[in-house]
Design a binder for this molecule. Sequence first.
Ligand SMILES: [Zn+2]
Length: 583
Amino acid sequence: MTKMVIKGGTVYDPLNGIDGEVMDIFIKDGKIVENLSDGELKDAKILDVKGKVVMPGGVDSHTHVAGPKVNTGRVMCPEDHYKSPLKKTHNTHCGSGEIVPSTYAQGYKYSSMGYTTLFEAAVPPMLARHTHEEFKVMPIVDKAGYLLLGSNWFVMKYLKEGNVEKAAAYVAWALETTKTFGIKLVNPAGVESWAWGKNVHSLEEENIHFGISSGEVIRGLGAVNEMLGLPMSIHLHANNLGHPGNWEFTIDTMDVAKNIKPAVNKQGYDNGVKTKYSHEREQSLYMTHMQFHSFGGTSWKDFESKAEDISNYVNKSDHVVMDSGSVAFGKAICMTGDGPGLYDLAVMNGQKWANVDVELECGSGVVPFVYSMKNKVHSVQWAMGIELLLLTDPRKVIMTTDNPNAGPFTKYPQLITWLMSKKAREDTMKLCHKWAGERSGLAGNDKELSLYDLATVTRATPAKAIGMGHRKGHLSPGADADITVYDISPDYNSSDYAAIEKAFTTALFTIKDGEVITKDGRIIETPKGRTYYVDAKFNDELRNEIVADVQDWFRRYYTVNFSNYPVPDLYLTKPTPLNINVR
Ligand SMILES: [Zn+2]
């Protein structure tokens, strides 16, 4: 395989404490190596990137790129597709879509921006097969999916019985069966009540039929997660998303996981990669799209940002990391497993709405949306999403738009300008409703993220938080040679934010597994990326018991046949299990 030297670039690699050092990066057989021998150097490809910025490949730890709700978003918005055709070239497929691009286009667009790893944040177990079918045709990027388990009948039943081991056996079986990566909770306990047109609004309120509360589900699945030693922590979309005044509830929710200790079991996949600062996950709770959970006020009339209080909590807590779910103005499509949450939005919006109940397992909703600068609430939400990223320790916050919920991933470059340039924020704020300045702390915040900070919130922190630090998010020898070169001077002028946006819209080079994949936005190679999943061996006896339960319920309640449920390896591109043995 190719040997390569990325020569003379200015490197930002936060997990190794490298902050703008001019250095060479050596690559061999798809991995980063310490150096190459004289013989190897003779036939190595030399990429001269003097004066350019070098970072590890981007890692999106919370995005929606594959599966039924993503496809529903495409179907609901044909106008997003016929207006944006992407032509076929000699080595790329045609495609379309700005807000939810088609599968091929997503792979091309993400990788031309310098992203090489995507984690789909919501996979319904029964529809995992569809998710993998879309993954399979998404070129270039490595990917994985989080399994929706927060209102799963088996999980709720076992946890209510107090049988955490049995819940763990079910989760281990479910992850391996659906070929997914970790535990996702969406409006825990509440989505089950939504099947009866209800919701839960507190951590103690018990849901219909199972009589289990959100607090019990969070604590229970948190315990399951660490009992199995999974690579990532539980990934939580809290209850009460998008409700004015939810910020205090969000803090109470984070408190629920305070005493859960992270216990990663890496024996089966530890490759011994070393970084200066630990690349092991340290949190027991990953809170997602926190902009939607930092709402102050008591109604839309006195709505305000509580981003500072949320950031303060996260800064002083060791057990939490979060992603921002920052708003970018313009069209978006809200899509989530939070059925009741999106019903509330649909009522307010009065436009198109799709709602799906996935038998015994979860639900979902899809609502096309427009964030307007002239809207009071949207303009505050915009400020909040930026505040979270400016006020929180970059080692505890991840830059996302919850693609495409608060805006499509193609808006990341614009979001970066708001983080790196005070002038960009000021110029946008002038166009916003005055609430943006009056009801948030953004106007008084002078902070500008550095390139090092940016590499932290888009590479180091997400890779570490999802338990992929053994191969992603840094440039240590042994890591995957996923590297991005940006055409921006390390001494950029933060006021010239148009130049910043341009640089992050199109990477000069995106390198994946040691191959140049894109150059100046042109797709050069279209390899297939890996699909990661967790294969946890836990307790064989309990496994047999839970499989018998599952088969029984399949006979009684499911409309699909049990034998059609597991996703076989042939549905995956480069299947890459993370083997865990906790027998
Ligand atoms: Zn999401």
